[in-house]
Design a protein. Structure first.
Length: 111
C-alpha cells in the first residue's frame, strides 16, 4: 500500500506580515494582496468599532469588562470575514494601486 505525504501548506492569509515579507515561497503579488486585505481589515475594524459607540445603553447590553472583550472579539472576526470575502473592495483597489506603482518603479524609464 502506497501512502502520499500530507502537505501542510499554510495559506498566505495565515501568515503574519513580518513572516510574509521575508518568505521567498510567496510571490510579490500574493504579498501585496495579503497586505491590502489586512489593511482593509484594520479599516473595517475601526469603522465597526466606531459604529458600535452610537448604540443606546440599556440593561440588555451591559458595559462590563467581559462584554467588552466579547464585543472586540466579534468585531475582529467580523472585520476579518468581511475583508476575506472581498465584497467591500477596498483591499483589491489598494492592491491594484500598489501593483501599478510597483510596476512603474521597477520598470526602467525610457529617456
Amino acid at each position: 500500500m502506497e501512502t502520499t505525504p500530507i502537505q501542510n501548506r499554510a495559506s498566505v492569509a495565515d501568515l503574519p506580515l513580518e513572516k510574509l515579507a521575508g518568505n521567498s515561497n510567496v510571490s510579490e503579488q500574493e504579498k501585496v494582496g495579503e497586505l491590502s486585505r489586512q489593511f482593509e481589515a484594520v479599516l473595517l475594524r475601526e469603522i465597526l468599532t466606531e459604529a458600535q459607540k452610537t448604540q443606546f445603553r440599556s440593561k440588555y447590553n451591559e458595559d462590563s469588562y467581559a462584554s467588552g472583550i466579547y464585543r472586540d472579539m466579534v468585531t475582529n472576526q467580523l472585520a476579518e470575514s468581511m475583508s476575506k470575502s472581498g465584497d467591500v473592495g477596498l483591499g483589491s483597489q489598494l492592491a491594484r494601486q500598489i501593483a501599478r506603482q510597483y510596476a512603474s518603479t521597477s520598470s526602467p524609464s525610457k529617456t
